[in-house]
Structure formats: structure tokens, C-alpha cells
Write a protein of this length. Structure first.
Length: 198
């Protein structure tokens, strides 16, 4: 009987872990920016219905920013507009479609040594995990190997809560802007749907 109970408990915990990973992947998106000449690609994360957080430099066209497309885990593509920004390379996008919905949990609790995981939409939604190596007032460093196009990808704790978004990579490490720097972008203001890049 104990053996059966242990097996059932293992199956339950495994299913919970798989659900958490799926939830993380469903909150991560690809961000494709179309400029007057050329464009850029990056990633982002859905923080609430209608809103996506990404790295600001992903949106920085050398000329006119024409269109922003957000592609979800399910393969759906939605049009978005630049909405708000904060100083630390973070921007908020507003998705205009009423069919765009999701929500995630944010956390400001992370310490050096904690395991964190990044989901990379630009790499087929692969997930890589590593330890937090440094923590500053405006940055988190983690031992996760990043690639070109990973900017804006979400960083999660072991409970599936977002702790930050990636903005740069160096060797086998990534740097993220933590939640506490940009959390006010989540709910503090109405969308500026006619906004242009400052």
C-alpha cells in the first residue's frame, strides 16, 4: 500500500511540475519588430491580459518603427504597440486584440544560489535552468547560457513565478532586470496606444 501511495505521489508531483513548465511556456512570447528598413526579433512575457514586457532595445529601430507582432506558444500572432518604458532597458507592449489573454505570478524574492529557469521562445521554447550567481538592486546574474534573440525572455523561480527578464548575455551567464525594477509597469497606468518611440 505504501509503495502504491509513493508511486501516486510521484506521479502527482511530476504532473504538477509539467503543468508549471507548460504555464511558463504559455506566458513567454516571441516579439518581432518591423522597421521601415529591416527589423529585429526578441522575446517577451505576458504579465497580464493585454500586456507584454520585453527588453526595450529589441524595439529600437534605427528609423521608423512600423509594426510589432507578438507570437504565442500556441502559434497565434497578435499585433502590439509600444506603450510604456522604464530606464533599465524594459518596455511594456499593449496587445490590441480582445482574444489575447493570460496571467502570471511575479515575485521579488530571489537569492544568490537559488535555481532559476529561463524559457526561450526564439529557441523553440526550450527551458534552461541554473543558479543565481549575483544579485544587485537592479540586476540578477544567473548561470544560464544565452544566445542572440533571447533578450526579453522571462526568468522564473522554481515555483513558476517570474523574477525578471533577460537583457544581455556573456559567456555561460545571463543578466536579467528583476521584477522589483519594472513591476509598476504591470498595473499603474492605462495604455498609451498612440505612443511612439521617444
Amino acid at each position: 500500500m505504501r509503495k502504491i501511495t509513493a508511486i501516486l505521489l510521484f506521479i502527482f508531483l511530476a504532473s504538477c511540475a509539467n503543468y508549471s513548465v507548460l504555464q511558463q511556456k504559455q506566458s513567454a512570447v516571441s516579439v518581432n519588430v518591423f522597421c521601415a528598413k529591416g527589423g529585429f526579433s526578441g522575446s517577451g512575457v505576458i504579465i497580464s491580459n493585454k500586456y507584454v514586457i520585453t527588453a526595450k532595445h529589441v524595439l529600437k529601430c534605427k528609423d521608423e518603427l512600423r509594426t510589432i507582432h507578438v507570437k504565442t506558444f500556441d502559434g497565434e500572432v497578435f499585433e502590439a504597440v509600444f506603450d510604456k518604458e522604464v530606464q533599465d532597458d524594459v518596455a511594456r507592449l499593449f496587445v490590441t486584440s480582445s482574444d489575447f489573454r493570460n496571467s502570471v505570478f511575479l515575485t521579488e524574492t530571489v537569492s544568490v544560489g537559488d535555481t532559476v529557469c529561463a524559457v526561450f521562445p526564439r529557441r523553440g521554447y526550450k527551458q534552461f535552468c541554473g543558479a543565481v550567481t549575483k544579485k544587485f538592486t537592479d540586476r540578477i546574474h544567473a548561470k544560464i547560457s544565452g544566445e542572440f534573440g533571447d533578450s526579453g525572455s522571462p526568468l522564473f523561480d522554481e515555483d513558476g513565478r517570474i523574477v525578471g527578464i533577460l537583457i544581455t548575455r556573456y559567456g555561460e551567464f545571463v543578466t536579467a532586470v528583476p521584477v522589483w525594477v519594472w513591476k509598476t509597469l504591470e498595473v499603474t497606468s492605462e495604455p498609451n496606444v498612440f505612443g511612439v518611440w521617444p
